[in-house]
Ligand binder design. Structure first.
Ligand SMILES: [Zn+2]
Ligand SMILES: [Zn+2]
Length: 347
């Protein structure tokens, strides 16, 4: 038997004891050691999702150990310590052929159509293994930090699109787990000043700790003036929006310089209320990009960043929970005081 936490309906996380799933000759059984709570898990928890039918074990930010494998699985050994990319690509559609398999037309992902990581064991299917969605991690990398590989791959995908040049003044809206990863990675990639814009006090402190040069509290500071002062009066080179708000999506267009770059990372729940001033695109000649998810090769890179400690990943995991406390992990993530909440099913 194993312990698991299934989502049985909206806002209903149920602790269960259930059979350890069987695998076929082409599959792997993973012993899950760490699963991060993602913003999209919170969305599924609160609103459901067209790709998720209940009951479902959600969770796609996963690290664990291979403890059983089918006889035709040759690429992994028992005992391998691994972390997972989130997608189950078909390998054949237009996007899969173009290394954009996170947009595979089948749209299958771990924790959506198949059970994910809030359980002691999970099955890794054949197409997942054969597409290369599993990465080994270094002996020195903890499972908790390895579970950051999936969200960090998404951060790398954003940075690949928006591009950081040496000395850039970079503004990051929202200093949650993703925002703070952007702060640290942008610095590592050569950004000059990194400026965080964040309302909550607790996260302002975390942004400073992670390396933001300036932290703006928009409830009392003048955001635009502070950014102008920090960028020689020109405006920021790059703005990265990780906060799901139409207001800051618009503000980002105002605070970048002419020919600046803007990355929209986080979806906007009230999209019908959004009215974007497209004149900024034209008269300031902006480059505006959005990213969602990450292609597989950037997951490979993310694992390298973590294994080689290119930045310090330890501050991103602020809260660790047992499997029985998964509900509490979700509540803590919704409260938005810390950064990443991670569930460890064997602790
Ligand atoms: Zn995620
Ligand atoms: Zn495909």
């Amino acid at each position: 038997m194993m312990q698991a936490v299934a989502l049985t309906g909206k806002e209903k996380l149920e602790y269960q004891e259930k059979e350890i799933p069987d695998i076929d000759d082409h599959e792997i059984l993973l012993k899950v050691h760490a699963t991060g709570v993602c913003g999209s898990d919170l969305r599924i928890f609160q609103n459901g999702d067209s790709r998720v039918s209940f009951p479902r074990i959600i969770g796609h930010e996963i690290a664990g150990e291979i403890i059983q494998k089918g006889k035709y699985v040759s690429s992994f050994q028992l005992g391998d310590r691994v972390t997972l990319w989130a997608h189950l690509p078909c390998g054949e559609c237009y996007y899969c052929q173009k290394n954009d398999s996170h947009f595979c037309v089948k749209g299958e992902s771990i924790g959506y159509q198949i059970d994910g990581g809030f359980a002691q064991y999970m099955v890794l299917p054949r197409n997942f293994i054969e597409y290369g969605s599993i990465q080994r991690i270094a002996d020195t990398t903890s499972y908790e930090l390895a579970s950051l590989s999936e969200p960090f791959a998404c951060v790398l995908s954003g940075l690949t699109e928006v591009k950081i040049n040496a000395g850039d003044a970079v503004v990051v809206y929202g200093a949650g787990a993703i925002g703070c990863m952007y702060i640290a990675a942008a610095k590592k990639m050569g950004a000059g000043k990194v400026i965080a814009v964040q309302r909550s006090k607790a996260r302002q402190e975390l942004a400073k700790q992670i390396g933001a040069d300036i932290v703006i509290d928009p409830t009392k500071d003048n955001t635009l003036q502070t950014i102008l002062d920090a960028s020689g009066g020109l405006g920021a080179d790059v703005a990265i929006v990780t906060a799901p708000s139409a207001y800051v999506q618009n503000e980002a267009l105002e605070i970048v310089r002419k020919k600046g770059r803007v990355l929209y990372f986080s979806g906007n729940k009230k999209v019908t209320e959004t009215s974007i001033n497209t004149n900024h695109f034209i008269y300031k000649q902006l480059t505006v990009v959005g990213t969602h998810g990450a292609p597989r090769d950037l997951h490979v890179e993310a694992v390298k960043w973590i294994d080689e400690e290119l930045i310090d990943f330890t501050p991103f995991v602020t809260d660790v929970f047992s499997l029985q406390n998964t509900k509490k992990a979700f509540q803590t993530a919704l409260d938005k005081n810390g950064l990443k909440c991670v569930v460890t099913p064997w602790k």
